[in-house]
Write a protein that binds this ligand. Structure first.
Ligand code: PMP
Length: 394
């Protein structure tokens, strides 16, 4: 059979790094590569109990029937109330669209806003999955200068902001760097967006994983007219639910509803009800602090191991939340090449260049720590440090 693939499908390239990372699925591998939440945090008992309650009660039919594209009404209302209270703003349920993971939000936003050649502003580096979603619609990426604190608002020129379809930004414990945008920069960015009438897509799957529980004002709360906010249940319940949400002005939500209808009709009725049943009476108030504590401990353990083993010339981010540490290695080391060698020593990570829209840098890597036991973190970092030392003076 000769497949008559569309130009869009042909343009999708399977990444060489993805092929290498397939090797990391071997059981004896120490993998810092996967961006998975820790299964120790999955609320298995609560899920079982909730499913029982739903199946024995009046919600059973609704859980198994088609539902509205906008989402299960009680869940939309809960999301509106939860985010309104958390961020000290007022959101109505009609501003909420439940989506099949926030990854779907990125796809729908691409469909809604990107024409071929549209300018999309991104952080350096940024979330690979965001780039993958947007790239389908052939934008022109403009990488905005970023430092260890995130986007540098001063480097965003008014004329660039003015012309952009949107700015894609992950302000909290960013994937891949773990960095958090300081409040002052959020305020500057919000001002710029208002002045230039620029839209910001604020992707926030890690916002609740703040180790100290000090949430900074969201961009949405600072510039609601200029922001589309993306939330997710993947890191606070379980990614298998495939549950996320978009908060935006009603006009934009209505457009996305049309696009979502054509994409998958609606997010599964059953997972929306299970999630609602779990969260409705305050379960997250006790659950999220447990996740934060576990991740904080693992993060500190990896930071200590990096300090113990890494040679001079290597530096790394010190996240205050989330799941990732970003490591900069000496400039002569290409992390993609290093990965092939590291895999032979049974250690894996994601090389940094994949996270740059223009592949700007190669001497960096993302390390995920929440699924790796401490003893393996220790061993894996030691092996990585030895490989880096070996090549530092090549
Ligand atoms: N945005 C970012 C920044 C992410 O890291 C992820 C998950 N890795 C997603 C979106 C997608 O999350 P989900 O579809 O599970 O909600």
């Amino acid at each position: 059979m000769s497949w008559k693939f569309s130009d869009r499908a042909i343009a999708l390239k399977s990444s060489a790094i993805r092929e290498i990372l397939k090797l990391t699925e071997q059981p004896d591998m120490i993998s810092f590569a996967g961006g998975l939440p820790s299964p120790d945090t999955f609320p298995v008992t609560e899920i079982k109990q909730s499913l029982d309650v739903i199946m024995q009660g009046s919600e059973a039919i609704g859980a198994l029937q088609y539902g509205p594209t906008e989402g299960y009404a009680p869940l939309r209302k809960w999301i509106a109330e939860h985010v309104s209270k958390r961020d000290n703003i007022t959101i109505s349920p009609s501003q909420v669209l439940v989506v099949t993971g926030s990854q779907q939000a990125l796809d729908l936003i691409g469909k809604a806003l990107i024409n071929k050649g549209s300018k999309v502003l991104v952080e350096t580096p940024t979330y690979l999955g965001g780039l993958q979603s947007f790239t389908q619609f052939e934008p022109e990426y403009i990488s905005i200068e970023s430092d260890e604190q995130g986007l540098v608002p001063d480097s965003l020129k008014a004329e660039v902001a003015d012309e952009a379809s949107f700015l894609y930004v992950i302000p909290n414990f960013q994937n891949p760097t773990g960095r958090r945008l300081p409040l002052e920069r959020r305020q500057q960015l919000a001002e710029k967006a208002k002045q230039a009438k620029m839209l910001m897509v604020e992707d926030d799957p890690y916002g609740e994983l703040d180790y100290k529980g000090h949430r900074l004002a969201s961009l949405f709360s600072l510039a609601p007219e200029n922001t589309v906010y993306l939330g997710s249940f993947s890191k606070i319940l379980a990614p298998g639910f495939r549950l996320g949400y978009i908060i935006a002005s009603e006009v934009f939500i209505n457009k996305l509803v049309q696009l979502k209808q054509a994409t998958d009709l609606h997010t599964p009725s059953i997972t929306q009800r299970i999630a609602y049943q779990i969260v409705k009476d305050g379960f997250l108030d006790t659950h999220i602090p447990k996740i934060r504590q576990l991740y904080k401990t693992r993060c500190q353990f990896m930071l200590d191991a990096l300090t113990r083993y890494m040679p001079a010339g290597v530096n790394w981010s010190k996240p205050e939340g989330g799941m990732f540490i970003w490591v900069n290695v000496p400039e002569n080391i290409n992390a993609t090449e290093l990965l092939t060698e590291a895999i032979q020593h049974k250690v894996a990570f994601v090389p940094g260049e994949t996270f740059f829209a223009g592949g700007e840098r190669t001497n960096c890597m993302r390390l995920a720590f929440v699924t790796v036991p401490e003893e393996k973190i220790e061993r894996g970092i030691k092996i990585l440090a030895e490989l880096i030392k070996k090549h530092a003076n090549d």
